[in-house]
Design a protein around this ligand. Structure first.
Ligand SMILES: Cc1cc2nc3c(=O)[nH]c(=O)nc-3n(C[C@H](O)[C@H](O)[C@H](O)COP(=O)(O)OP(=O)(O)OC[C@H]3O[C@@H](n4cnc5c(N)ncnc54)[C@H](O)[C@@H]3O)c2cc1C
Length: 673
């Protein structure tokens, strides 16, 4: 440890005082200069959206005040290059050391083809975000200049390069990953907040927060509303977390099933910007879990377990993106690359504007637009509709979420979209189609959520609220709904969407078979592009990571040697085989967030996947409500029992026969998955 040195503390997404390893280390070592460098050029296509920038701005103000109170002012810098800004700081204060906490986003300057239309639409072009690669290269350059650089894990329970299976391969299913993580030895280091900071000597120009450009004039009025509902900043994060522990955690398992109101912790934006230490969150909830277990409080224990699983999903998102760094643009299961997406910008627009004609989807999209926030279940419903009903490329939806969510977080966003798109071995099956109408009656049985966000449907009777297109004209008239005029007719018919998805899957399988056959015969020359290189070389990460010490930040190696070409085809196939095998051997494999993310499934229902998925899981008349019970083929009391166990006590309000019919249909559909 270097004592009495001057350090630069490079803040990024670790905007807190407490349990901040980089800050703690610099405070121990002597004088310090805390800096935050805003370099829009380096954000590239992942330049944050309005609400996310608003949050960042408020958090920085908060952190600035706190650091000032401790003795060292946070210097804000707007720069063209992070490296040059750091070098300027180093020379201005005579620093000999730079410390920072790791980020894990690893996005390569490569294939942006999927985004092309989206970017054209938005008038965006340019660079690619490269936090992890960028950090690594900055570190190398600083070290070359004789600067001591130390980086720390301030954002995760486990570094993504610490958790591997017995064959030292990266896990590709959440359950296996999380089981392993929970059984790993953990270093229990708590970094107490420094009680005093000694500021570095020397002068660095501090950019006023307004001049950083995080919020432009036209955004201010919309942003003002955000301040009424949210209080960014590390000490507010702390308050929110304390409130959760004291009052809401106990009933988390039950409450989180409601889509309206504050039914979950709402901690995600704090966690994204590192205003809350995930270690602290884990530790406190784990303690609650132990206490509730001792007290035989099963509700509390289940709630704590589920909450820890949610935290695990956040960890897993970093893990997958680190170990499979192509996941922001390609699915983990490569079959999806043969899927015939429908590049339909009119549909994309209707979805964004909440004008699809499906009330629950539209309510979700309007809430997102108005507030920057939607409940996890609504995220699943709108994204599922996007991919399965509209067959729009999931990457577009992922980017739109990135642009609009208050808690926009690339890794969680990617995992969320891949989960619902059939791209993960333990995610939703590609075949699965959840009718928004049925989802509506399940998760918004009284239609309150829809009425809140779609004022044009405010007077629709509950019976018709989730499928106004079926309502008699007299009902529509008395509710003031003129379909196609003040509320759209469905942009796609459910039966048609189902047929198209079935066709698209058939085409995908055919394309995949042709491509595999061509590869096996050696007739198809492998195009040596980044896409192939990344997937293959990064599949086995542990041995390939570049690092200097066990604590160091690692970067997956990207070998692009000519020798690699020989093995490319075989390795690629092997990797996909492995992913599928992981899934098929899945007696123990459950959907990664069956209790958290999904709208209907349970881990056990995964095992009940039938052979005739297409015809059974997407039944002809899933939308019609007039179906009697042609789907009973999959129902079994055993499955039903387990399903009820997991989805639990939630009773659908079923005041009339139609609702009951929908409920039955929903149950049967769920069993089929
Ligand atoms: C399509 C899609 C896109 C998503 N995009 C994002 C995103 O951009 N940013 C984001 O933070 N989350 C995203 N999620 C995950 C999840 O919806 C949110 O983390 C959650 O709704 C945040 O609310 P909360 O803090 O009240 O969660 P809680 O239920 O209280 O969970 C506690 C914490 O666990 C983590 N967590 C919970 N669920 C997940 C999950 N499925 N994946 C990763 N972490 C999870 C979050 O950090 C969350 O704050 C996405 C999910 C889907 C299906």
């Amino acid at each position: 440890m270097e004592k009495n040195c001057t350090s630069i503390v490079w803040f990024r997404r670790d905007l807190r005082i407490e349990d901040n390893p980089a800050l703690a280390a610099a405070a121990r070592d002597g004088k310090l200069l805390p800096v935050f460098i805003w370099c829009p050029k380096e954000e590239g296509q992942y330049y944050p959206g309005r609400v996310s920038r608003w949050w960042l701005k408020q958090s920085l103000i908060h952190l600035q005040h706190s650091l000032k109170s401790l003795g060292a002012e946070l210097v804000l810098i707007k720069a063209e290059s992070t490296l040059s800004a750091l070098l300027d700081c180093i020379s201005a204060v005579g620093a000999t050391k730079v410390v920072y906490n790791h980020l894990y986003g690893m996005f390569l300057p490569s294939l942006m083809s999927f985004f092309a239309n989206y970017y054209i639409l938005c008038g965006v072009s340019g660079n690619h975000p490269i936090s992890l690669v960028r950090d690594h290269s900055i570190k190398q350059k600083l070290v070359e200049l004789g600067i001591n650089v130390q980086s720390y894990n301030g954002e995760l329970l486990f570094e993504p390069w610490e958790v591997y299976d017995d064959n030292e391969r990266a896990f590709t299913t959440f359950k296996a990953y999380w089981d392993k993580s929970l059984n790993m030895e953990r270093e229990h280091v708590a970094h107490l907040p420094p009680w005093r900071l000694v500021p570095a000597e020397g002068k660095v120009e501090n950019t006023p927060i307004e001049a950083l450009g995080l919020e432009n004039e036209s955004e201010k009025s919309s942003n003002a509303l955000l301040g009424r509902g949210w209080s960014p900043g590390w000490s507010n994060a702390d308050k929110a977390f304390t409130e959760l522990i004291q009052h809401h955690l106990l009933n988390y398992s039950k409450d989180r099933l409601r889509v309206g109101g504050n039914s979950t912790s709402l901690l995600s934006p704090y966690l994204h910007f590192g205003e809350l230490s995930v270690r602290k969150v884990f530790q406190c909830v784990r303690m609650k879990q132990v206490v509730w277990k001792n007290e035989q409080n099963s509700v509390g224990e289940e709630s704590a377990t589920l909450f820890l699983k949610s935290v695990g999903l956040r960890e897993y998102s970093r893990y997958i993106c680190f170990n499979f760094p192509f996941t922001h643009e390609r699915s983990l299961l490569s079959s999806l690359k043969h899927f015939p997406w429908d590049v339909n910008q009119a549909h994309f627009k209707a979805w964004r504007q909440g004008r699809t004609g499906y009330p629950l989807v539209d309510a979700g999209m309007r809430e997102l637009w108005a507030t920057g926030w939607i409940h996890n279940r609504i995220r699943v419903i709108v994204s599922s509709f996007f991919v399965k009903f509209l067959r729009l490329p999931w990457q577009w939806g992922m980017k739109y979420f990135w642009d609009t969510l208050l808690d926009a977080d690339l890794e969680s966003d990617i995992i969320g979209w891949q989960y619902i798109s059939g791209s993960l071995p333990d995610g939703h099956e590609l075949e699965r189609m959840d009718s928004p109408q049925i989802q509506g009656f399940n998760f918004d049985p009284e239609g309150e959520y829809v009425r809140q966000w779609l004022p044009e449907l405010a007077r629709m009777p509950t019976e018709w609220i989730h499928h106004p297109w079926d309502a008699p004209l007299t009902v529509l008239k008395s509710a003031g709904v003129d379909l196609g005029i003040n509320y759209p007719k469905p942009i796609i018919d459910i039966d048609l969407a189902r047929d198209r998805l079935t066709e698209a899957i058939a085409i995908m399988r055919q394309n995949e078979a042709t491509s595999n056959a061509a590869n096996t015969n050696g007739t198809d020359e492998v195009v040596f592009d980044n896409a192939d290189t990344n997937e293959e070389n990064l599949a086995v990460v542990k041995k390939n990571t570049l690092c200097s010490s066990s604590r160091d930040q690692r970067v997956p190696s990207m070998q692009n040697s000519k020798n690699g070409i020989q093995n490319k085809k075989r390795l690629k196939l092997r990797e996909d085989d492995r992913l599928l095998k992981d899934c098929k051997n899945g007696d123990e494999v459950s959907k990664m967030d069956d209790d958290l993310c999904s709208t209907a499934e349970s881990s056990s229902t995964k095992k009940q996947m039938t052979n005739s998925r297409n015809s059974v899981c997407v039944p002809q008349n899933c939308s019609s409500m007039s179906s009697d019970a042609p789907y009973q083929v999959c129902g079994s009391s055993d499955v039903k029992y387990r399903w009820q166990e997991e989805i639990g006590t939630e009773e659908m309000s079923s005041k009339n026969g139609k609702m009951e019919q929908l409920k039955n249909l929903f149950l049967v559909l769920s069993f089929c998955k």
